[in-house]
Write a protein that binds this ligand. Structure first.
Ligand SMILES: *[C@@H]1O[C@H](CO)[C@@H](O)[C@H](O)[C@H]1NC(C)=O
Ligand SMILES: *[C@@H]1O[C@H](CO)[C@@H](O)[C@H](O)[C@H]1NC(C)=O
Ligand SMILES: *[C@@H]1O[C@H](CO)[C@@H](O)[C@H](O)[C@H]1NC(C)=O
Ligand SMILES: *[C@@H]1O[C@H](CO)[C@@H](O)[C@H](O)[C@H]1NC(C)=O
Length: 297
């Protein structure tokens, strides 16, 4: 009885599998993009980073001895990167989960999402930064309009020659424009990998370091799924994107449309916690150039 139920169940599964494969075969880019075994390598954490569920899920774990992390196998020069994250639940004070793009070397480029944990019931902060040639100091921080520990949500980075945009569930929360013509360095000529990690940052993360990590709650686990890269792979100095191809929308959208601009303003008005561009005390010799340049939008 049990075995006949099992076998009819698996026949149905095979049919569904074939059907879905047939549909997805024509979208192989998307299908391949979901598998962590194929797309990433664990970089540290001595077993604390685990690929699960046939490559569909990745858990990063932190305890008193160590955090953990992974990176993409490929390098990219421009792209749209989406990942779903479910952050450490409960008391996550002091714990930071990060998801970022970063190049190598001492004058690296970097585009960061960092999720700063908090006491149970207190809000996470989404911390963002953009480095060009080793120089960051461009932090903006936000609260979220949902509990990021209850479900998976999509966090995206769009990076093309015109701008960097951070998205949460498709809503833009921050835009960093290419203002090179005004003398502001822009990340543009160094290929990056996608990185994620979890670590202890209780010297600064929660209420500026006042609330410490409670190790009794360890291990702290953040989960990742559905990494999608619609990006130019960079390999041996050659890009997978031809410079004259205009097929991908993300490559063309070098400005936010008016709907996106409205959403961005809404998020910034309601959820922004910190903006380096308004932190006059921090920059006694004047705000960074990109904060004062006015462009048409
Ligand atoms: C990237 O551009 C910067 C400034 O435009 C330059 O200093 C640096 O050498 C360039 N790096 C590469 C790898 O081309
Ligand atoms: C943690 O909660 C406190 C109190 O609500 C809040 O001030 C702070 O911004 C929250 N987030 C972090 C990461 O400190
Ligand atoms: C991975 O994380 C999920 C929560 O997102 C949890 O339910 C599951 O138990 C974790 N798996 C392992 C092996 O730690
Ligand atoms: C791109 O340019 C190359 C040569 O410059 C040309 O052979 C190719 O057809 C072009 N591709 C497209 C999509 O325009």
């Amino acid at each position: 009885m049990a075995s006949s139920v099992h076998s009819s169940h698996s026949n149905a599964s095979v049919l569904i599998f074939l059907f879905v494969s047939a549909i997805l075969g024509s979208l192989s880019k998307v299908v391949l993009a979901g598998n962590f075994y194929k797309n990433v390598e664990i970089t540290w954490g001595d077993g604390r980073a685990q690929i699960l569920d046939n490559g569909k899920l990745l858990n990063l774990s932190l305890d008193k001895a160590s955090g953990s992390g992974f990176q993409s196998k490929n390098e990219f020069l421009y792209g749209k990167f989406d990942m779903k994250l479910k952050l450490v639940p409960g008391n996550s004070a002091g714990v930071v989960t990060a998801y970022y793009l970063r190049s190598q070397g001492s004058s690296w480029d970097e585009i960061d999402f960092e999720f700063l944990g908090n006491l149970s019931g207190e809000p996470y902060i989404v911390h963002t930064n953009v480095y060009s040639q080793g120089k960051g100091d461009r932090e903006q921080q936000f609260y979220l309009w949902f509990d990021p520990t209850a479900n998976f949500h999509t966090y995206s980075i769009l990076w093309n020659p015109g701008h960097v945009v951070f998205y949460v569930d498709g809503k833009p929360i921050r835009e960093f424009k290419n203002l090179e013509p005004f003398g502001v360095p822009y990340p543009k000529n160094q290929s990056v990998r996608i990185h994620s990690s979890i670590w202890n940052a209780d010297d600064w993360a929660t209420r500026g370091g006042l609330v410490k990590t409670d190790w009794i709650q360890a291990p702290f686990i953040s989960s990742f799924k559905d990494l999608r890269t619609n990006a130019c792979v960079w390999s041996n100095g050659v890009s997978s994107c031809s410079s004259n191809s205009t097929s991908d929308a993300w490559r063309l959208s070098q400005e936010l449309d008016s709907t996106s601009q409205k959403r961005l303003k809404w998020v910034q008005r309601k959820f922004m916690v910190y903006n380096y561009c308004t932190d006059i005390n921090r920059f006694p010799h004047g705000l960074p150039l990109e904060c004062t340049v006015t462009t048409k939008s």
